[in-house]
Design a protein around this ligand. Structure first.
Ligand SMILES: Cc1cc2nc3c(=O)[nH]c(=O)nc-3n(C[C@H](O)[C@H](O)[C@H](O)COP(=O)(O)OP(=O)(O)OC[C@H]3O[C@@H](n4cnc5c(N)ncnc54)[C@H](O)[C@@H]3O)c2cc1C
Ligand SMILES: NC(=O)c1ccc[n+]([C@@H]2O[C@H](COP(=O)([O-])OP(=O)(O)OC[C@H]3O[C@@H](n4cnc5c(N)ncnc54)[C@H](O)[C@@H]3O)[C@@H](O)[C@H]2O)c1
Length: 481
């Protein structure tokens, strides 16, 4: 007979659900995971990995072409079919056998089907044939069901079979003309990728390009996209969309412009996968984001944990941070918390404690893989001021750093360091430029470690690396002691 009672039941086998289940099993509990599509989730098949595979070849080509000797060795153009083929490998050809093997090896029971919350501590799983099974959790149910793309209610848009991030990540051919609606991270990365793959790309960015980034970083990406031939329509939005008999999509914008394209990508944000999760059975509204407390227990409308605190939510679905690495960080914290509570051990949920996901508020790193790349962690200057911090922000021209000028001819980039003037620690860092992604972790450590500025002077960057920008930023700020 199939076992149906486990210490922990996790709904959603994306990167976050997998890590929660693994963590509780490592802590000595039993775990089941419920998945309605592919084990590995959005990130593995339709988000992080395939989109970065779409971007990587063009980035490598740009790097080579920025050097006269190496550039002379490049005699051909990017091969889109080879790029798409390598992307297919990174998406495991949309098969999850490898991840299922990993679950088995980790001692996690997999139930394929859609999970719905039932009465206290139960999850009903409905498989593809309509069969159902009810799982019971002794200690906790964790919702890690992620998000889906939002398609805004623009007249005609839903009828033209628009691409969402899923189609952009998994397309088997490059369209001749691609219209991108949305100037956020998905829109900017996919405009970069498809433009390099040969599409004529038009972007509609209602709130400007990458509005959450430092303005100098967004501006450099906008300039670069334009230089690549991408047409940007900023601060306007589509008001009507239709596809004609020849298959061409017509997008009418609020400013009176009419665009034409072969495909239209909608990249206007995400909604939580909670519409059919049985939230009504625990007193919550279907379709809502799941609000959580400091240990990621789901809160009811009264701000009190649902039931006696048996329901948790981690990853995108709790709306804290929509990034894989941050969701996996939450997974480690929530997994350890569930084990601690199950074994009646102390829970350390004080800031930076083992069971608190404090970095979600203060030290979230992100790399946007545009050309140039934007790497940031913590606050932007505007974000810090909005949070009420007394800050000073200093900037430095990255092209003036010896390591950067060596890295590529005509290297263009910029960095900013946001300092909390009351505590003399770095609370934000942004760098934009070619190949800056791998620079980021030093800043993450400085912010999460709250390293005093005086001590940062003793963290000497090697010469001649791009990391010397740290020294230049400190010199621009000036010594405090
Ligand atoms: C195009 C794109 C590119 C991105 N690139 C990056 C990047 O480079 N770096 C980064 O850090 N983040 C990136 N992200 C964000 C990243 O994909 C998410 O933060 C991450 O996938 C969240 O993980 P998760 O486990 O919470 O949810 P998901 O990965 O969405 O997994 C949730 C899983 O739950 C399953 N599920 C949902 N409902 C049910 C149910 N009722 N029953 C059973 N199973 C269910 C789903 O099928 C899915 O497998 C990107 C996002 C997009 C859209
Ligand atoms: N490299 C990475 O880390 C990476 C890559 C891709 C996605 N992600 C994550 O995925 C999440 C989703 O990304 P996203 O780009 O879909 O969302 P987003 O929230 O970053 O951007 C959506 C954009 O769409 C615009 N918009 C909304 N409605 C619109 C309309 N009707 N017309 C025109 N524009 C409209 C908004 O102004 C906004 O700038 C992000 O939170 C991001 O963290 C991360």
């Amino acid at each position: 007979m199939t076992e149906t009672t486990f210490d922990v039941v996790v709904i959603g086998a994306g990167p976050v659900g997998e890590n929660v289940a693994d963590r509780v099993v490592q802590g000595g509990l039993t775990a089941a995971i419920v998945e309605r599509e592919l084990v590995g989730g959005e990130c593995s098949y339709w988000a992080c990995m395939p989109t970065k595979a779409l971007l990587r070849d063009a980035a490598a080509l740009r790097a080579v072409r920025s050097l006269p000797g190496a550039g002379a060795a490049v005699t051909g153009e990017l091969d889109p079919a080879a790029v798409l083929g390598r992307r297919d490998e990174f998406a495991s050809h949309w098969h999850d056998d490898g991840q299922v093997d990993w679950l088995r090896g980790a001692g996690i029971a997999l139930f394929r089907g859609a999970g719905r919350l039932g009465a206290s501590r139960t999850v009903e799983v409905t498989d593809a044939d309509g069969g159902t099974i009810v799982l019971t959790a002794r200690h906790a149910v964790v919702v890690a069901t992620g998000t889906s793309a939002v398609v805004p209610p623009v007249p005609g848009l839903a009828d033209v079979a628009p691409w969402t991030s899923r189609e952009a990540a998994s397309a088997q051919a490059v369209p001749g003309r691609l219209a991108v609606i949305g100037g956020g991270v998905v829109g900017a990365e996919m405009a970069t990728a498809y433009s390099a793959l040969g599409a004529q790309v038009t972007m509609v960015a209602r709130d400007g390009l990458l509005p959450a980034a430092e303005p100098f970083a967004s501006e450099l990406v906008a300039e670069s996209l334009k230089a690549q031939g991408v047409v940007l329509h900023l601060n306007t939005q589509p008001v009507d969309v239709r596809r004609d008999d020849e298959g061409t999509v017509h997008v009418a914008l609020a400013d009176g412009t009419d665009l034409t394209a072969d495909e239209v990508l909608v990249a206007t944000g995400r909604k939580p996968n909670t519409g059919d999760l049985g939230l009504e059975n625990v007193g919550l509204l279907p379709g809502d984001w799941l609000a959580v407390d400091g240990t990621l227990r789901v809160l009811g409308g009264d701000g009190v944990p649902v039931g006696d605190g048996w329901l948790y939510a981690a990853g995108d679905v709790n709306h804290r941070v929509l990034l894989t690495h941050q969701g996996k960080y939450q997974a480690r914290a929530v997994g350890d918390t569930i084990v601690a509570r199950a074994t009646v051990s102390p829970v350390d949920d004080a800031p930076w404690g083992r069971h608190a996901a404090t970095a979600d508020e203060r030290a979230v790193p992100q790399v946007i893989f545009t050309d140039p790349e934007i790497a940031s962690v913590g606050y932007t200057a505007a974000g810090a001021e909005a949070a009420g911090l007394r800050i000073r922000s200093v900037e430095y021209d990255l092209g003036a750093v010896a390591g950067a000028s060596l890295h590529a001819d005509g290297y263009t980039g910029r960095a900013a360091m946001v300092v909390d003037e009351d505590r003399h620690v770095v609370v934000g860092f942004t760098v934009v430029g070619p190949d800056v992604a791998e620079l980021l972790h030093a800043a993450t450590i400085a912010i999460a470690g709250e390293v005093p500025l005086d001590r940062l002077w003793h963290a000497v960057p090697a010469y001649p690396t791009i990391n010397e920008v740290w020294l230049r930023l400190l010199e621009t700020y000036g010594r405090t002691a």
